[in-house]
Design a protein around this ligand. Structure first.
Ligand code: PHE
Length: 339
């Protein structure tokens, strides 16, 4: 019996020593210590042992069970440690590897310019108003002192939907809507899409404008000039000069065209400014008293100034873009240059 115990101990020890994974180790545990394992078998064989030897042999068998158990536990810990170590190596993250970059989109240049314009006027107390793109003749023309058959309608190639409904040709249509809806003082900035039947390198059938309207007491051309100068200095940076040139719009009187010193040649004269040293950036003027009257505002009590900026024009000047159609072709190679 003692022989057998010794043999079992040696065979168990050597199989435990050879095992290289936890599954095999468990098989050995079953083979020796399981219900029908060899050590359990020994206990069953106790009945063949002489009664006086039983306590001693029993003790030996029990010792055997404990030693094999201990050896199994020890091996299990070793195997687990090895497994953990290799998992740490194979699953480790190299934090010095370059990160996978995901492509970031960018704003459309027209949106960039629009945001910049709004930003430049922010702090001057302007409120944003967005009017409808499908507009009544009433707001786009009549209330702005452009009655039917007025020759000024020829300045804008209007896209009509019906006789009285059209695609707005100018964000000025919002002027009349705001003046009818609210009482002065008013300070409105109105960006949006406008439409004209016109299509070449510098004209698009759809383009963007930003309207400004201020109505208050004692407004003069000086207020217009001061506001626009402050805005243009922020927008184009550097020390540029502005000048007002007489112009004509039916809804402003007097009307002006606003020029800034050419940012390409700083006023010396170049291809961009066609040798004049000046670049035209917007139309503006003092709100015509007839427009105020049309919108039920007393022109003897209130005056106003208004201006209209073409966003594509500003973007083309700012980024040196030669053709307006580039904005709307949506070629990503073009669009992703503006970040
Ligand atoms: N609405 C005019 C245009 O589209 C621009 C403008 C706006 C002029 C406001 C004067 C005042 O040409």
């Amino acid at each position: 019996m003692q022989e057998k115990i010794k043999e079992l101990y040696e065979s168990a020890s050597s199989s435990i020593a050879q095992v290289s994974d936890l599954k095999q180790l468990d098989e050995i545990r079953v083979a020796y210590l399981g219900k029908s394992g060899s050590v359990t078998g020994l206990l069953k064989g106790m009945r063949d042992v002489a009664p006086e030897d039983r306590p001693k042999v029993g003790q030996l068998v029990n010792d055997l069970r404990v030693s094999i158990g201990n050896a199994l536990t020890e091996k299990e810990e070793q195997l687990k440690a090895i497994e953990m170590k290799s998992a740490l190596i194979s699953e480790s993250v190299d934090i010095t590897m370059p990160a996978k970059s995901s492509e970031m989109g960018s704003l459309h240049p027209i949106n960039l310019v629009r945001n910049e314009l709004i930003e430049a006027f922010a702090g001057m107390g302007f409120e944003i108003y967005e009017g409808p793109e499908i507009e009544l003749d009433e707001y786009n023309f009549r209330l702005l002192n452009i009655p039917k058959d007025h020759p000024a309608r020829d300045m804008q190639d209007t896209l009509y939907i019906t006789e009285n409904i059209l695609l707005r040709t100018q964000t000025s249509s919002g002027q009349a809507r705001v003046m009818q809806a609210k009482n002065p003082p008013l300070k409105i900035l109105s960006p949006g899409k406008v439409y004209r039947a016109d299509d070449d390198a510098t004209h698009s059938p759809m383009f963007h404008q930003m309207e400004g309207l201020v109505v208050d007491k004692n407004i003069t051309l000086c207020d217009l000039k001061g506001t626009l100068e402050a805005f243009l200095k922020k927008m184009f940076k550097g020390d540029l000069k502005t000048r007002l040139r007489p112009s004509y719009f039916p809804f402003t009187e007097p009307s002006v065209e606003v020029d800034v010193t050419c940012f390409e040649c700083k006023g010396k004269g170049c291809h961009l400014c066609k040798g004049t040293g000046w670049i035209e950036v917007l139309g503006a003027g003092i709100v015509n008293r007839r427009v105020l009257e049309n919108c039920n505002i007393d022109p003897d009590e209130y005056q106003g100034f208004a201006f209209g900026i073409g966003l594509e024009r500003i973007a083309m000047l700012k980024y040196g873009i030669p053709d307006i159609r580039l904005f709307f072709e949506n070629d990503v190679r073009f669009l992703k240059q503006f970040k």
